[in-house]
Design a protein around this ligand. Sequence first.
Ligand code: GAL
Length: 496
Amino acid sequence: MQFISVAVFCLVFIPSWCLENLVFPPDFKFGVATAAYQVEGAWNVNDKGESVWDSVLHSQPSLTMDRSNGDVACDSYHLWRRDIEMAVELGVNMYRFSISWPRLLPTGFPNIISEDGKRYYNDLIDGLLEKGIEPVVTLYHWDLPQSLQDLGGWANPLIIEWFADYAKIAYTLFGDRVSTWLTINEPLVVCDGAYNKMWAPFLDDMKIGRYLCNKNVMMAHAKAYRIYDEEFRPLYHGKLSMPNIFFWFEPETPADAEVSDLLLQMWEGRYSHPIYSKTGGWPPEIEKVLAENGKREGYRQPRLPTFTKEEIDFVKGTYDFYALNHYTTRLVRKEKPGQAGPWPFYGCEELDVSVVNDPLWTTAVTDWFAINPEGLRKQLHWINSTYGVKDILITENGLPTVEKDLNDFTRLTYIKSNLEQILLAIDDGINVMGYTAWSLMDNFEWSSGYLVSYGLYSVDFTSPNRTRTPRDSARFYYSVIRTRSITSRQNELNYV
Ligand code: GAL
């Protein structure tokens, strides 16, 4: 008899029974995530420097939908013990948080290391370890020191050294206790988002700045990786990667297959191919399209700066696993020149494509968030087959709601469906190392301010102690972690 995998059998015959009988492997880790600017607050305590978010939202509050900012946020700077307690309540294996560069290095440079910044992150790391929770540390989750932005920020190639200096200090201070490091969160947002007026510092330079940034983040990540590899790995044996945000893209009709692949390369490939592919460098098809576009527009140099042979080798292979932030899916459609849309930062404008939602998908909050859990499994397959990467860690996945209710059935269902797709992918033979829910708690959601929530815990932003309360999704996640499966008996388990 021919071998049929459990997943194929299940999908065809009795999907719900089978999913309940698939279990997460013993070494699969469950986690929750936050980021410094979104939760810490205490934007100017002690000697903390100003970040681009502090500075731009103080001068232009209308850049967020509710004119809010992260000055206080969840006040995790003071309430970090409660954050750890919540991670313990959930039973997670890891807590992903980020270090605020200007909190640790108030000038942005290594000339001053803040004692207060050092103390804060030491306390958090030690507190987690005491409870048996692994700290997963992001070095950069978008809060660039304003001092460095004043010098050109990510468009200035000197940032490769500035970031390397910062990374080295973080490894030196915390590397004895942190064994999973994430360098630069979602470089697509750092470049395509920030240079398209959507994230701080809200620049408007999609033709040049965006691509200078693109090359510099790849080089900065690689340099931080190489430093760890040479100086710290022999001592601490940790692992590193750079989390990429993936939208999964599918062709709207079979005729759109080629442009759909191209858009995957524009989004995912531009930030992955240099690191994960066998050949290194930019995805060739994207380098070609962008060179042709630039030439037609009269530029003498490629807008996407080329890599030298040495640089290709320097960046290639700088990973220990693939770090994936996954949220949603789009269908891709070929357009006539000039009719691309709707979000230019997708790269639609360079490729003459549009992205649309499948009418069969439901959406959360607004139609930007189409719900298509199958997209996650397809994406895991794409990463695996395109780059031959062995291990994949899901570093973010979660659902936004406008409602603040504790009964958050839509979030619970979204997490459940995504976990199901992960179980199926594991059964397909893909090594998914773990899953990180975004987010531990409601927090400052960038330009949406506090209008949109992602938390397993709700946060009362009107109370001075920012009271945190578990939602139904927290109870559900707890039970998945307890049983290491998606069982139907979840409600029988006791939660705090
Ligand atoms: C990610 C980002 C997080 C969080 C999340 C929800 O792209 O890394 O900081 O905001 O989206 O929108």
